[in-house]
Design a protein around this ligand. Structure first.
Ligand code: NAD
Length: 404
């Protein structure tokens, strides 16, 4: 049965997540003290424990065990990869949507049309991760049969990090691609009104010996969360991130948040921002236009709960072996050549996916994910409210001592 969550508890939960934090909290969250040394009082949460917690909360909200686990695994993966804005802190948004009957926790996606390598799916307003997993599994099945599989979905919800789905295809030796439309937040070049979302996309391909390319990015200059962060730190924002309510580029974080008019990737027109606008529109064509979901400015505004999201998404899996032999080896060579390029500073050249791999390495070394203290406190309160066992942290020092 659906657990009814009191509004007061949810607002307290959100408040904790967005409240400003002291310097020590920030540095501890990064695993370091303010003097730059590792903080051995630091608590980490093992990955399995994160999944267990999210799964139980989602089940209490009304999902099946399988769907709760799918959401848990997805959100844990986002945190594991260092994308905390799309990990556990999204859970309360999903629960709120279920509670308000904006998302159906029991719905199953359904195939509308299925023709050889292509299918159209109706998500039936199920959780985005449930729709996403279903569609990418279908695309993979088709790619194994036809060399390529493409699935467009409508009736979906916020599906988390795009990279999760591309990696599903990569695990099967395929190239993965996905994108999603989202609530309007981007003001197209020359406009002063939001008409497209942050419309993220991802493409990934595995190379040899565990190496890989995983591009996973929004098509706006930044996410709204980065502007919220600047407000908390009482900082201005760089030119090219957002417009103010007057339609002019602003560096005032408060004004930018109030207007919620993100600039496309690239920023202003003279910095080629129209290319980011074009990419956002490309995503919309593959998502809303192909699937028949809502699209562009017609999608509900971000975090509003007055109507269902009806998002559109696109999933592709491609078998590289259907093309010239040796693509995996060529990719391995290329990634190596790129990383070995002479640098203009101290830092090494990276390829997409490297920052996330570095973060995962850190998590593995420390035995778990380091959450911001506010996130931990909020999760504890949420656990109490949902009647779920809170997450059990592990002390980093104990973990490292046990290993040595
Ligand atoms: N579902 C949604 O509605 C939604 C909306 C927006 C974003 N997202 C997700 O949020 C996450 C963050 O998106 P973002 O745009 O802020 O990502 P980002 O800017 O942190 O990274 C974008 C890409 O750039 C790569 N990268 C970073 N530094 C690099 C470097 N120095 N050299 C080469 N490559 C580098 C990363 O590996 C990544 O692939 C993504 O997982 C995205 O899917 C989801």
């Amino acid at each position: 049965m659906l657990t009814v969550i009191r509004k007061a508890t949810l607002s307290r939960f959100l408040e904790l997540l967005t409240s400003s934090s002291p310097l020590r909290a920030r540095t501890v969250a990064a695993g370091m003290t303010s003097t730059g040394n590792q903080d051995y009082d630091q608590k980490v949460i093992p990955k399995d424990e994160v999944i267990r917690f999210i799964e139980e909360c989602m089940c209490k909200a009304g999902t099946t065990k399988e769907d709760g686990r799918a959401v848990g695994h997805h959100l844990m993966t986002a945190d594991y990869r260092g994308h905390f804005s799309h990990g556990m802190n999204r859970m309360q948004m999903y629960v709120t949507d279920i509670e308000k009957r904006i998302t159906d926790p029991a719905a199953r996606p359904q195939i509308v049309t299925d023709f050889q390598a292509i299918a159209l799916v109706d998500g039936k307003n199920a959780l985005g991760q449930v729709v996403g997993k279903y569609c990418m599994e279908l695309a993979i099945e088709k790619a194994k049969k036809f060399g390529i599989g493409m699935v467009a979905a409508r009736g979906s919800n916020h599906y988390g990090i795009c990279g999760y789905y591309t990696m599903m295809a990569m695990e099967q030796g395929l190239i993965g691609f996905t994108c999603t439309n989202t609530s309007p937040l981007m003001a197209p070049t020359r406009s002063m009104k939001a008409a497209l979302g942050t419309n993220p996309l991802s493409l990934g391909m595995a190379a040899c010996d565990g190496d890989e390319f995983v591009l996973d990015m929004a098509t706006t200059a930044v996410a709204l969360g980065k502007i919220e962060l600047a407000i908390r730190k009482n900082e201005s924002i760089p030119e090219g991130w957002a417009l103010g309510s007057d339609g002019k580029v602003t560096t005032d974080s408060e004004e930018a948040y109030k207007a919620s008019l993100l600039m496309p990737l690239g920023g202003a027109e003279h910095n080629s921002g129209y290319k980011g606008y074009g990419l956002g529109l490309m995503v919309e064509i593959l998502c809303g236009i192909l699937s028949g979901s809502l699209f562009g400015p017609n999608i509900r505004t971000w975090k509003s709960d007055d109507k269902i999201a009806d998002l559109g998404q696109c999933f592709m899996a491609i078998n590289p072996e259907a093309f010239a032999c040796g693509s995996k080896e060529r990719l391995t060579t290329l990634l190596k050549q790129l990383r070995e390029l002479p640098t203009c500073g101290e830092k090494q050249v990276l390829v997409a996916g490297d920052p996330e791999r570095q973060h995962m390495k850190k998590v593995d070394k420390e035995g778990g994910i380091t959450y911001h203290p506010n996130q931990l406190k909020a999760s504890e309160e949420f656990a109490k409210h949902m009647g779920v066992r809170p997450m059990k942290p592990v002390n980093l020092f104990d973990f490292l001592s046990a290993k040595n």
